[in-house]
Ligand binder design. Structure first.
Ligand code: NAG
Ligand code: NAG
Ligand code: NAG
Ligand code: NAG
Ligand code: NAG
Ligand code: NAG
Length: 239
């Protein structure tokens, strides 16, 4: 027979779920994501309480990083974490409780080129415009990919599928001709700009502000920020 003891400490919307015996403890916080959603691990089941929902998620799934709980129907849905490909919780699914850690973003993985390491997720479904892609990345506590070195640029090039246009976190929306990285707001350095950005095309320069990889080009093109494209999100490297 297996005994599982659990203690619940509730403070506002955050509490610690500890399972002794299994030697697990996890802090869940109620969140309401808008531009991403929880990856569902199975269909919902009925759990008598939110605490039992948390406990069974942790016991049944080593990759439990959150769950949804409907406090009226008592439906409980386990989750492996946040993804830009997933819809936010429906009313039927209830409230989302999330445990934030390095492992709570299942689409991200660490990729390397020489001594450059990045924690990155690539999305090509659905294709999103620049603002929506930025919002999707922010929803996962990340930002669009910043290719601010040759190593990172070629790494991006090798990670993406050639059939899509793929945008990066580089735009000149604020000041025409001054391309800045999305994470820092720093302007791209001129050496790198010459190496990775294709400029001087006969285009409407005022309206085209966002950098993207084109299937048949080896440098970033600049196009309308309203274009729906594939994109990458980047987080600090963690383990
Ligand atoms: C239980 O977890 C704690 C902290 O995570 C760790 O220090 C301890 O060694 C673990 N005990 C066992 C028996 O695994
Ligand atoms: C029950 O669920 C509703 C709807 O999500 C939420 O507004 C309310 O705060 C919940 N009540 C408790 C006690 O968690
Ligand atoms: C621009 O960036 C490249 C690559 O990161 C670096 O080697 C170079 O020194 C930088 N140049 C300037 C002027 O900052
Ligand atoms: C790594 O970066 C270098 C540029 O510094 C580039 O030539 C090479 O193709 C890159 N390799 C991969 C696998 O991205
Ligand atoms: C590259 O793509 C552009 C736009 O889709 C097209 O006009 C051009 O012919 C293509 N060039 C090559 C070499 O395939
Ligand atoms: C992207 O689409 C949204 C609607 O989904 C719109 O509000 C936004 O202005 C668009 N962004 C750009 C840069 O066109």
């Amino acid at each position: 027979m297996i005994f599982i003891f659990h203690t619940v400490v509730l403070t506002l919307s955050t509490w610690m779920e500890s399972i002794e015996g299994a030697n697990m403890s996890m802090k869940f916080t109620k969140i309401a994501p808008q531009h991403c959603g929880p990856r569902r691990l199975t269909s919902a089941w009925v759990a008598r309480s939110r605490s039992l929902c948390a406990t069974s998620c942790l016991v049944r799934f080593p990759n439990c990083h959150g769950f949804m709980y409907n406090n009226v129907t008592k439906l409980c849905t386990p989750s492996s974490g946040l993804s830009a490909e997933q819809l936010r919780p429906s009313l039927d699914e209830g409230d989302l409780y999330f445990s934030d850690s390095c492992q709570s973003y299942p689409d991200f993985s660490i990729k390397s080129n020489l001594s450059t390491h990045v924690n990155v997720a690539y999305y090509n479904s659905p294709l999103l415009n620049y603002t929506n892609a930025r919002a999707a990345c922010e929803c996962m506590n990340s930002h669009q990919y910043v290719a601010d070195s040759l190593e990172k640029y070629w790494l991006m090039y090798s990670l993406v599928s050639v059939q899509f246009r793929v945008q990066a976190g580089l735009n000149d929306m604020a000041v025409e001709g001054q391309f800045v990285w999305e994470d820092s707001g720093q302007e791209i350095n001129s050496t790198l700009k010459d190496a990775i950005l294709k400029l001087g095309q006969p285009a409407d320069w005022v309206s085209e502000d966002c950098a993207y990889l084109h299937p048949n080009q080896t440098k970033f093109m600049v196009g309308l920020c309203s274009g729906a494209r594939a994109y990458l999100c980047e987080k600090p490297v963690c383990y």
